[in-house]
Design a protein around this ligand. Structure first.
Ligand code: PLP
Length: 406
């Protein structure tokens, strides 16, 4: 059997840890194993020093001050803390939250849970290219609105919202602006002050750091924002998130943030070039379509529908040589078509035939060549077997065909 390399183009699901990050973390498992809250001995001090430095590095990545960073277990927890924490803290001001139906489940399901506790939630829809209609957003703001939650970049399509415009709308209306920036942090420039962000969620494992560590940025001035703790205990993280700090995780997150910032520009250019080549070649295949806005998007992502080819079936033809994602990784166990693509107005057939390609720091030109080859071969194979494709090629109008019900 030939030992073919497995090409990994699923970096939006998770990224490998950069060896430089691992190296930075190692001493904090063994030598500096202290509890960062132990104030009265050198083990505690060493751990605290590591945490302080990591906090600085993470803050710098988004233009924040270190005191505004609350460490959590990841973006899911950060999303929960932001939304539930604001809902509880600002209950006197109102109970209305505005979000978008293409958000990550960690945001949508948290909002749904709050609806059972008296929250009123508006789920805005998006245009066919995945962009939010800003007039609709403005019109949705009510006197009892406390927060607008809009993700920076979509995890399935890479579409980037107009953050500056949304920040301005929120500032004018005097409502808090929370963004899940998990897919954007470390990959595109973020400046929380320039955009007027009040809360921001991110996760280390989406930017070549370890799993199980994330952060919530909570603005401290102009205005000072607070969230009600969702985890109670020793009063860590200024009382907003108790629990012994994950020192190696924080050190790794910090190093990952530092590397991402230093290499952001060159890496974005390199990846955009590779992505564009992949995309151009795949769009040359008959009846393939790009999903999402072509301009406003992340440099390393493309989401393509292969009409009349079922995504999960196509992936099986790769025979484990190519790791990509159909639908979203979090829901793909269910074989439901992607709710994000349905929200973009795709029919369930095109949504079912979509594949997300997310490149990363360790993606090479050779990987892209191999992916193109696999995709061309796989699509041809699936279509050769497909009676629907045969009918399409014979010129039968598939929409006019009456399928038997079952
Ligand atoms: C991955 C992801 C999350 C969840 O992050 P975890 O750290 O795995 O909990 C939340 N939001 C977005 C946009 C993501 O891509």
């Amino acid at each position: 059997m030939s030992q073919k390399k497995i090409v990994y183009l699923d970096n939006n699901a998770t990224t490998p840890v950069d060896p430089r990050v691992v190296e930075a973390m190692l001493p904090y498992f063994t030598e500096h194993y202290g509890n960062a809250a132990s104030r009265n001995h050198p083990y505690g001090w060493a751990a605290e020093e590591g945490v302080d430095y990591g906090r600085k590095q993470v803050a710098k990545l988004i233009g924040a001050s270190p005191k505004e960073i609350i460490f959590t277990s990841g973006a899911t927890e950060s999303d929960n803390l932001a939304i539930k924490g604001v809902f509880e803290m600002y209950s006197r001001k109102g109970n209305h939250i505005i979000t978008v139906n293409t958000e990550h489940k960690a945001v949508l399901d948290t909002c749904k849970a709050l609806e059972k506790k008296g929250a009123e939630v508006t789920y805005l829809s998006v245009k066919n290219d995945g962009m939010l209609d800003l007039e609709e957003l403005k019109a949705a703001i009510q006197p009892n609105t406390i927060m607008v939650a809009v993700m920076w970049a979509n995890n399935e399509t890479g579409v980037i919202q107009d953050m500056e415009a949304i920040g301005k709308i929120c500032a004018d209306a005097g409502v808090l602006f929370f963004t899940d920036a998990t897919q954007a942090a470390g990959k595109v420039p973020i400046d929380v002050n320039k955009i007027g962000i009040h809360l921001l969620a991110m996760s280390a494992h989406k930017m070549y750091g370890p799993k199980g560590i994330g952060a919530l940025y909570v603005r401290r001035r102009n205005p000072r924002v607070k969230v009600t703790a969702q985890m109670h205990g020793g009063g860590h993280e200024r009382g907003m998130r108790s629990g012994t700090l994950n020192v190696p995780g924080i050190v790794g997150f910090g190093k990952a943030a530092e590397i991402a910032l230093a290499e952001m520009e060159t890496e974005a250019q390199r990846l955009a070039k590779l992505r564009d080549r992949l995309e151009t070649e795949l769009l040359k295949i008959e009846e393939t379509y790009l999903n999402g806005n072509r301009q406003n998007r992340m440099p390393h992502v493309t989401n393509i529908s292969f009409k009349h080819v079922e995504g999960e079936g196509l992936m099986m033809t790769f025979n484990k040589h190519l790791s990509v994602s159909s639908g979203s990784a979090c829901t793909s166990a269910s074989l439901e078509p992607s709710y994000v693509l349905l929200a973009y107005g795709l029919g369930s057939d095109l949504a079912h035939s979509s594949i997300r390609f997310s490149l990363g720091r360790f993606t090479t030109e050779e990987d892209i060549d191999l992916a193109i080859e696999e995709l061309k071969r796989g699509t041809q194979h699936m279509r050769d077997l497909s009676p629907i494709w045969e009918m399409y090629k014979e010129g039968i109008d598939l929409d006019s065909v009456k399928w038997s019900e079952h």
